[in-house]
Ligand binder design. Sequence first.
Ligand SMILES: Nc1ncnc2c1ncn2[C@@H]1O[C@H](COP(=O)(O)OP(=O)(O)OP(=O)(O)O)[C@@H](O)[C@H]1O
Ligand code: SF4
Ligand SMILES: [Mg+2]
Length: 334
Amino acid sequence: MYTNSKSSHTPLLEVRRLSKMFLSRGLFTSGRRVTAAEDISFRINRGEAIALVGESGSGKSTVARLIVRLEHPDGGEIRLDGTDMLTREPRRASLGYRGRVQMVFQDPFGSLNPVHTVAHHLVRPLLRHGRAKSTEVHARAIELLRVVGLEPAEEFINRHPYELSGGQRQRVAIARALAVEPDLLVADEPTSMLDVSIRMGILNLLAQLKLERGLAILLITHDLASARYLADRVLVLFRGRVVEAGPSDAIVERPAHPYTRALLASIADIGGQEPSARRPLEVAGEESADGCPFAYRCPEVFDVCRVTDPGPRPVDDRSVRCHLYPGGTRAPGS
Ligand SMILES: Nc1ncnc2c1ncn2[C@@H]1O[C@H](COP(=O)(O)OP(=O)(O)OP(=O)(O)O)[C@@H](O)[C@H]1O
Ligand code: SF4
Ligand SMILES: [Mg+2]
């Protein structure tokens, strides 16, 4: 177990320069290096929600898996209450770490074992992490089902996963994560496999847990609207790099990076935009090795973008990785 005795200024979780490359092999091609995460840095405080947003393949799940330690990074630090866990527990995360950082996966159908009841899924972590005695474990499991809005809890507890809807299964998965009383919940696309009509209920539940229990949340999503709804701050990922980071309202209302603008334009359910403005950018070319990683798709690309990576730049309330900044327009003569 870890204590929470650090100063209130120490973030709950701080990730510093986290990097991960994969070697991807096709059937007829030799290995190609894929940057799934490059120099990712951010902090999450207690009761705060951060969203990682980006299109498919941008590295969102990789960052999530690195943080819950299902994957090992090539470099960087993962600090919990100021302690670098990769130094302290280099081989694998301890039960103590897993008790504080829990994950909810995208697929509510695959994440529960079909042969076991809801009770089994909740009792196991409660006992394993010492969160309940055997005499009180049933009552605690019932309480968890009530917390996630599954009523009547006495009926749900004896059901099997096949007797539940997708939304109900995702609530059980959240209850299972809550059973160990974590400080941080990493939710990887928790609503993307659910019907549109029940997505809002899950987001509302997460918002309630954040507000009422001070749960910190790392929301992984491709949807900037969900990110804005739940998260205080947003990090926009493109090919494993953070291209823009800042307050969620500001990023959605005034996106600065050309990629964030493209991502917003492609979202159908952001109101007030003409359909033509919602067209995603076309892929047109190869990524340059030295320049801006977005140059080959960027409608605003200019000469320097193809040869020099801009790196993150502080701009008012955020950080933007683009040569257009700090001014927001191309510098004269560039
Ligand atoms: N185990 C692996 N082996 C090889 N390549 C991998 C592996 N895991 C991820 N990748 C690659 O790393 C990149 C980032 O993948 P990741 O799953 O993190 O993206 P994502 O943003 O979560 O995408 P999605 O929205 O589709 O879930 C992709 O190019 C992916 O193919
Ligand atoms: S640096 Fe250049 S290519 Fe990259 S996003 Fe900015 S304008 Fe586009
Ligand atoms: Mg993913």
